[in-house]
Design a protein around this ligand. Structure first.
Ligand code: SAH
Length: 351
C-alpha cells in the first residue's frame, strides 16, 4: 500500500481514473496538512465510496508516536517510531511575538532528515551509532503534520529548521520534495524564506542547492576556525577543509542573496577561548553573516562540557567588538532533552 505523502502519488490522476473530480485532491490535501485526519473515513466531506477506495489504496500515517514530552516553556518533542521500528525525533518550539496580540509569534519545527548520522561530530548524540538510513519524503512530511496537529485549531506552523537528526544535505533527493510540499498554499503554506537547512558543510551539495533552490536559509555548522581543531570536532572536515566549506558558502550567498548563518557549538575549554574567537572573526571577515552560538547541551557518556559563563561572555564580546552579528541560541526544552538525537538514545537505553 502506498504512503499518500510520497511525491510520486499522483492524486489528481488517481481521482480522475475513478471518475472523481480532480479538485478533490485539494480537499484531501487540506485534510492531511491540517494534521487532524487520522483516517480517510474522517474526511467527512468526501463521498463514502471514495473514502473506502482511498483507505484500500493508501496509508496516511507510517509513523506512530512512541513518546510525547512537553517542557514548561511550551517546547514539545515527539519521538516517532517508523514502520521498520527505527526512531526519530522532531520538536515544536514556541516563541511569543512582541505584541500582546501574539503578532509575530513563531511556531518553529525542528525536523530530522536521517535515522542517525554519518558525519560523526564528536560531541553530537545523533551520530554516535552512525547512519542507519535516509528518511523518505513521506516520513519527513509526517514530522511536520504530527507537529502541526499539536497546535490548537487556528494556529499554524510558521518556520521549519532542518536541524534534527541527520545531515540534510546527504539526503537532498528526499528532503527537497518534502520542503516543497510544505510550501503548498493548500497545505502548510510555509515559504522558502522561513525554512532553514543546517549542514555540516558539504560543498557539492551546497552547490546543488544554490543551483536548484537558493531561497532556503543555509546554516553552516562551523564550530572551529582552523582545520586541525575542526577536523577533531567534525571529522568529515578532514577530506573537505575550511577553505572549500567557506568557498561553497560564499557561492550559496551569491546565488541566494540571503544572509548566511554559521553555527558554533561552544565546548568548554575546547573551542571557547579568546584565540578561537579571534580566529573565527578572521575566518568570517567581510561577510554578511550571523553567528549562531549554541551552548553545548550535554550528552550522557560524552566527555564534553558547557563553557563557563565567563568564557562564554568573553567569546561573545570578542565577536561583537569585531562587528560580527551574534545570536546566542536560548536553551529551549533542555529538560526534555530536546537536542539532536538525545531522546532517541535515551529511549533506546531504557528499552
Ligand atoms: N547535520 C546538520 C544538522 C543537524 S545538527 C549540521 O551539522 O548542521 C544541528 C546543530 O546542532 C549542528 O550545529 C550541531 O553541531 C549542533 N549540535 C549537535 N549536538 C549538539 C549538542 N549536544 N549540543 C549543542 N549543539 C549540538
Amino acid at each position: 500500500m502506498q504512503h499518500i505523502l510520497e511525491p510520486d502519488v499522483a492524486l489528481p490522476e488517481w481521482l480522475s481514473a475513478r471518475g472523481q473530480p480532480t479538485w478533490r485532491a485539494r480537499v484531501i490535501r487540506r485534510w492531511l496538512t491540517g494534521g487532524r485526519a487520522e483516517s480517510f473515513d474522517a474526511m467527512t466531506d468526501l463521498p463514502k465510496g471514495l473514502r473506502l477506495d482511498l483507505t484500500a489504496a493508501f496509508r496516511i500515517w507510517t509513523t506512530s508516536i512512541a513518546k510525547h514530552t512537553r517542557a514548561e516553556d511550551g517546547t514539545e518533542k515527539l519521538l516517532l517510531e517508523l514502520h521498520d521500528g527505527q526512531r526519530i525525533e522532531c520538536v515544536l518550539l514556541r516563541e511569543q511575538g512582541p505584541g500582546a496580540d501574539d503578532a509575530g509569534a513563531r511556531r518553529t519545527v525542528c525536523i530530522s532528515s536521517q535515522v542517525g548520522c554519518a558525519m560523526g561530530c564528536v560531541f553530537c548524540a545523533s551520530g554516535l551509532d552512525g547512519v542507519v538510513r535516509n528518511l523518505t519524503t513521506g516520513e519527513i512530511i509526517e514530522q511536520l503534520l504530527r507537529l502541526q496537529a499539536l497546535l490548537p485549531a487556528g494556529e499554524r506552523l510558521s518556520h521549519i529548521v532542518v536541524m534534527g537528526m541527520g545531515e540534510p544535505l546527504a539526503n537532498l533527493d528526499r528532503l527537497l520534495p518534502a520542503l516543497s510540499s510544505a510550501q503548498d498554499p493548500d497545505g502548510l503554506g510555509i515559504s522558502q524564506r522561513r525554512i532553514t537547512i543546517s549542514t555540516v558543510g558539504l560543498p557539492p551539495a551546497i552547490d546543488r542547492l544554490a543551483a536548484e533552490n537558493p531561497s532556503y536559509n543555509l546554516a553552516v555548522s562551523i564550530h572551529a576556525a582552523d582545520d586541525d581543531l575542526r577536523t577533531r570536532l567534525v571529522p568529515v572536515n578532514k577530506s573537505i577543509g575550511l577553505v572549500e566549506v567557506m568557498a561553497a558558502a560564499d557561492r550559496y550567498w551569491e546565488a541566494s542573496g540571503r544572509r548566511l548563518t554559521f553555527e558554533y557549538v561552544l565546548l568548554g575549554r575546547l573551542n571557547d577561548q579568546p584565540e578561537h574567537a579571534h580566529a573565527l572573526v578572521q575566518l568570517l571577515a567581510r561577510r554578511a553573516i550571523l553567528v549562531n552560538v549554541i551552548p553545548y547541551n550535554r550528552v550522557a557518556g560524552l566527555p564534553y562540557e558547557e563553557p563557563t559563563q565567563a568564557d562564554r561572555e568573553r567569546f561573545l564580546d570578542i565577536l561583537r567588538a569585531a562587528g560580527v552579528n551574534v545570536h546566542v541560541r536560548r536553551r529551549k526544552g533542555a529538560r526534555i532533552d530536546a537536542a539532536c538525537g538525545q531522546l532517541r538514545r535515551l529511549a533506546a537505553s531504557n528499552a
